[in-house]
Design a protein. Structure first.
Length: 526
């Protein structure tokens, strides 16, 4: 599989991709026309904030499975277009938390003490001590918009300066804020009370111009505003006007509505500190970002859940450890079930038993759907588009969960296909790290589902049946790699499951069917 890295990332991430056996091409500075030409050959694309991944790029990526953002914000990626195409968008949200928080604190300190202005003045030949009288942080009120990971890290660091912290975040519980030592308040309250305001929310339609021109009319004239989150969260022209009019004491901005920002009104005020999107620009963060996004891309290309998918359910680490081995089981069971079933499909029941039933099973459901469609459709099915594809095809999917121990097996996943001709059930689990099929209709078996071909032979349970089947296989040059037998009762009905090296020719299948006591013979590709 091939990965295109279109923006610079640390070599540790590149090395990780290569060690995973992926072909990696690093081509920087691609404009859309050049990217459109290249992207059809790639399974994955990794970018930072410079390269724009438009709907046209995603549509052109016929093989594209995943777009990795080496960082947090995905403003430069058309996530809706990716979702429509079943392309996962992953990011690296935990890797730059410390770097972003520390940069916000650095900007706040520089803003409070006029550090950049005093530096420039002194280097310009002026000793203007009285011109740069600053403000202390101790005892001041810091208002934080957004108590996510970065906002929380900023709050903890600001507490060490003995600041009072208020925050506005409708998605945070009062208990969490209390433990953090933060007072949750309304947006209006925060704007009125804060001496410093630091913004730590994502850029969405709901947060664009979070601080508007009208909002700036309600703040203290001594307030200082820091935005190291995303461009466009503050009305830039309104902020410039407020600072120049003395209605805001100063601002420090690291992110801009348009980047690279070469001509911005904020650049014209000596009371506004600007940095070129340096929030994640530490050596440590660059390494962590590259490694984290590489890990996500590798997971997706290997068919495993991504922990930080932007357009799919987030998977907690503890859930990831339990569910990941069952992704392969789910896909293979779906694939086997559809080959065994006869008649028109009416519904599919997916049953989860044991520990796996305690978690969000959307990834497993998507894998089952992918298996059901694997041999009849070239559509890429994953957690992003599985429900949509099922709906478009009129597939009725039902999930049932039982978190109690599965008996013989700690965890069990089963797929039942209900058709116009009846129902087919296959079940499986993970044993010693490998996918196993443990049930075929009424029969209990235990067979590793290795990639390749299997014969499922239902027969009368009587002496000589295994030998007769083996003889036919030998005469037809069919090499058997393994055999498992499950039966209902002595001398009743039984099922043989045979692994074979190649697809069995029709003549050999007909010869097996002709053996007395054989009820049915099915060949499936796992």
């Amino acid at each position: 599989m091939r990965v295109l890295v279109a923006d610079p990332i640390a070599h540790e991430g590149i090395d990780l991709l290569k060690h995973a056996g992926l072909d990696v091409d690093i081509v920087l500075g691609l404009k859309e026309p050049a990217l459109l030409e290249r992207i059809p050959a790639y399974d994955a694309l990794i970018v930072r904030s410079e390269t724009r991944v438009t709907a046209a790029v995603i549509d052109a990526g016929r093989k594209l499975q995943v777009v990795g953002r080496a960082g947090v914000g995905v403003d430069n990626i058309d996530v809706q277009a990716a979702t429509r195409r079943g392309v996962l968008v992953v990011n690296a949200p935990t890797s730059n938390i410390i770097a972003a928080a520390e940069h916000s604190i650095a900007l706040m300190l520089a803003l409070a003490r006029h550090v950049p202005q005093a530096n420039a003045s002194l280097k310009g030949g002026k000793w203007a001590r009285t011109q740069y009288v600053g403000a202390e942080l101790q005892g001041k009120t810091l208002g934080i918009f957004g108590l996510g990971k970065v906002g929380t890290a900023v709050a903890r660091r600001a507490k060490s300066f003995e600041m009072r912290i208020v925050a506005h975040d409708p998605f945070v519980s009062a208990d969490f804020a209390k433990v953090l030592g933060v007072e949750l308040v309304s947006k209006e309250h925060l704007l009125r009370e804060a001496d410093f305001i630091s913004i730590h929310v994502p850029m969405t339609t709901g947060t664009a111009n979070l601080i508007s021109r009208d909002d700036l009319k309600t703040v203290k004239p001594s307030v200082r505003i820091i935005n190291a989150a995303r461009g466009g969260l503050v009305d830039e022209q309104a902020l410039f006007d407020a600072v120049e009019a003395g209605k805001v004491a100063g601002a420090a901005v690291d992110t801009f509505t348009t980047e690279p920002a070469m001509d911005n009104p904020l650049f014209k005020s000596h009371k506004i500190i600007v940095t070129p999107h340096l929030g994640a620009s530490t050596e440590e963060a660059q390494t962590k970002v590259a490694v984290e996004v590489a890990e996500q891309v590798i997971s997706v290309l290997r068919g495993r859940p991504a922990q930080f998918a932007v357009n799919a359910p987030m998977v907690l680490p503890e859930a990831l450890a339990v569910l990941t081995p069952f992704v392969d089981v789910a896909q293979r069971l779906g694939k086997v079930a559809v080959q065994l079933a006869e008649g028109q499909m009416q519904s599919t029941v997916i049953r989860y038993t044991g520990e796996i039933a305690r978690y969000d099973t959307k990834y497993l459901k998507a894998s089952v759907i992918g298996g059901l469609l694997a041999l009849i459709s070239d559509e890429r099915v994953n957690v992003v588009n599985a429900d949509l594809i099922a709906e478009q095809r009129g597939m009725k999917i039902v999930e049932e969960k039982d978190a109690h121990d599965g008996g013989t097996y700690r965890n069990m996943l089963s797929v039942e296909l209900v058709t116009s001709a009846g129902s087919t059930v296959v079940a499986g689990t993970v044993s010693l790290g490998q996918p196993h099929i443990t049930q075929v209709d009424r029969y209990r078996v235990d067979v590793r589902m290795a990639e390749g071909w299997m014969l499922l032979i239902e027969n009368q349970d009587r002496p000589g049946m295994i030998g007769a089947v083996g003889t036919v296989c030998g005469k037809n040059d069919v090499n058997i790699s393994f055999m498992e037998v499950g039966r209902l009762e002595r001398r009743g009905h039984a099922m043989m499951v045979l692994g074979v090296d190649e697809q069995v020719p029709d003549a050999a299948l007909d010869a097996i069917r002709a053996i007395p006591g054989i009820i049915r013979v099915l060949q499936v590709r796992v």
